[in-house]
Design a protein. Structure first.
Length: 246
């Protein structure tokens, strides 16, 4: 699939992997809707960086864990740009909880992480698929995590939520075939704001990776763009982790 002229929706596009992906898509000639939930300033900065290059983008607010807001967002993007052909389900959150502190994993923590990390991806995919399916198809990439494969991560419910993202990807690939492809990029450690306050820990991790580097948001964005262009690939979980899980 050529990306030039395609309409792309990137959730959580204000910072980190989301921003890098929005920029990478715009560099390929896509028109980009940059979703944000709370930080309008971050989303507007992403849009500013894109429009400086001469590409088109705009920011759009929605809490993607809320079905009604997702429906409104998709309708607005399709209304402004005609349709949606590309979706990057990037929005996600975590909670840093020691794995052995099971008492700290409350109902509220479960509900929040599953709502934002899993249900939101289903809501966005389902809503966008209505447009894609009626107008020639499209492609979706979900952002998972090596935590979903290893069971390790910032917290037990975070790891479980990312395992669910991997399962959701495979199930959506079946449900939306043959006209919509669904794949997943599963990053390892990435130098984003999630490491804020733990930069020393991040640097200690790097020498233990096969490539001895921490991935950048741009590394993940390149993989996302590649996955969106692969017409013969669906239901796949692609790991980008500098050798972390080998």
């Amino acid at each position: 699939m050529e990306l030039a002229g395609k309409v792309a929706l990137v959730t959580g596009g204000g910072t980190g992997i989301g921003r890098a992906t929005a920029l990478a898509l715009a560099d390929q000639g896509a028109l980009v809707a940059v979703n944000f939930s709370k930080s309008l300033a971050d989303a507007e900065e992403t849009v500013k960086l894109i429009t400086k290059t001469g590409a088109r983008a705009f920011a759009i607010q929605a809490d993607v864990s809320r079905e009604s807001e997702v429906e409104h967002m998709v309708d607005e993007v399709a209304g402004r740009l005609g349709r949606i052909q590309l979706v990057v389900n990037n929005a996600g959150i975590t909670r840093h909880i020691p794995f052995d502190d099971l008492e700290a994993v409350t109902d509220a923590v479960w509900d929040e992480l599953l709502a934002v990390n899993v249900k939101s991806m289903f809501f966005v995919a389902r809503s966008a698929a209505r447009t894609m399916g009626a107008l020639g198809g499209g492609a979706i990439v979900n952002i998972g995590s090596v935590a979903g494969a290893t069971g390790l991560g910032s917290s037990l419910p975070y790891s479980v939520s990312k395992a669910a993202v991997h399962g959701l990807t495979r199930s959506l690939a079946r449900a939306l075939a043959p006209h919509i492809r669904v794949n997943c990029i599963a990053p390892g450690a990435v130098a984003t704001r999630w490491w804020q306050g733990r930069e020393e820990q991040m640097q200690k991790l790097a020498p233990h990776l096969l490539l001895e580097v921490i991935s950048t948001p741009q590394d993940i964005a390149q993989a996302v763009v590649w996955a969106l262009t692969q017409d013969a690939m669906t239901g796949q979980i692609i790991t980008i982790d500098a050798g972390q899980t080998l």
